[in-house]
Write a protein that binds this ligand. Structure first.
Ligand code: 6CS
Length: 352
């Protein structure tokens, strides 16, 4: 068995060609396939590489993990389907793309709902009874086991014009991920939301089919979005959050020790990925500054933010309308958990 590699990264392959990936080395006793919604070098890739290293180490090489970066297998929605069908065992499935399948996860797309203190979000996403209760149940109904969630960074607008107020968003085509809640959010801000898969964003910006997009800084850098926009604008409206999910039957069928190994690795990864996303976002901001010094960087004032926050209040009601009865309990439950964590850790980012 090839123990010199912690993970095999599949290049440009299609689902039908899984056999090709095995050419990389003699088959291990067990192979777990892990799909990413992001490219090599991304936060999700860092997660998967470390996950693979730990799984291989703790299984004594009996399990290897093959990582499929974005572009190998399809769009985010397609990756989720592949996990549901068991083509891959594991995938990242971001709430921003999951809304039509599991409406409940769209709670994470409500602007200004999560904390401005990301340490609070980190603890919430790792330990929340509501997330690992109600939200996990909703995913389970679709054949997906929720293993963990984590934040990937503050979502920043990159645009071709200055946006400081909802009025500035008039006739502005803002690319969003494909969940209905995000469309509602950007409508409330005054923009014309344009849902598109991740892979189409660069071209759409370049061809002026859209006027802006929103993503964490590391993604803006690695996907080149800053090259085809002029402004980076911090409005503090949303933290990008993602889930790691497994095929439900596969997870339930894992032999006891293997399931413990998987759960243990996932639990031990929380701090690693939190620190990594912070590092990546800081470093990549410097890279953007160096590569494009003329990029205008704007942080909205508290007053400017408040105008967007006020507009977004209606989005909570829309979430409840979309999800039905349980929606109200989800919003209120999550807000109560956030409040309790903020009472403990503070409502703003600590400078330490
Ligand atoms: O904007 C998107 O569609 C994507 N953004 C990130 C940072 N990760 C995955 C997601 O599909």
């Amino acid at each position: 068995m090839d123990k010199s590699r912690t993970a095999r990264t599949a290049g440009t392959v299609v689902a039908a060609a899984f056999g090709v990936a095995l050419i990389a080395g003699p088959a291990a006793a067990e192979e777990w396939r892990f799909a990413l919604e992001e490219i090599e070098g991304s936060v999700q890739d860092a997660y998967a590489q470390e996950f693979a290293r730990l799984v291989e180490e703790r299984s004594g090489g009996d399990v290897t993990v093959t990582v499929y970066p974005y572009g190998s297998l399809g769009t985010s929605a397609e990756l989720t389907e592949q996990a549901m069908d068991g083509i891959v065992q594991l995938t990242h499935a971001s709430p921003g793309h999951l809304g039509t399948l599991v409406p409940e996860v769209q709670v994470f797309s409500i602007p200004y709902l999560l904390s401005q203190n990301n340490a609070v979000n980190q603890e919430l996403l790792t330990e929340s009874p509501l997330i690992y209760g109600t939200i996990a149940d909703a995913l389970r109904e679709q054949g997906l086991e929720l293993l963990t969630m984590y934040p990937e960074g503050d979502m920043v607008w990159t645009t071709n014009r200055e946006i400081r107020s909802p009025e500035d968003f008039e006739n502005f085509r803002m690319r969003t991920m494909v969940s209905p809640m995000l469309v509602a959010a950007y409508e409330s801000f005054g923009a014309n939301p344009t849902p598109l898969p991740y892979s189409e964003v660069y071209g759409a910006l370049q061809l002026n089919m859209i006027d802006g997009q929103v993503n964490p800084i590391f993604a803006i850098q690695e996907m080149g979005f800053y090259e085809v926009t002029e402004y980076m604008i911090w409005a503090g409206q949303q933290q990008f959050v993602t889930t790691v999910v497994a095929n439900g039957d596969w997870y339930a069928g894992l032999e006891g020790e293997r399931q413990e190994l998987l759960d243990g690795v996932i639990a031990d990864m929380a701090d690693y990925i939190f620190e990594t996303q912070e590092e990546y976002n800081q470093e990549r901001l410097e890279m953007i500054r160096e590569a494009k010094p003329e990029m205008e960087m704007i942080e909205l004032t508290a007053e400017e933010r408040a105008a967007f926050e006020e507009r977004a209040e209606i989005v909570r009601e829309q979430f409840v309308d979309m999800v039905g009865e349980s929606g109200q309990a989800i919003v209120e439950g999550l807000e109560a958990e956030i409040q309790a964590l903020e009472d403990e850790h503070g409502a703003e980012e600590s400078m330490e």
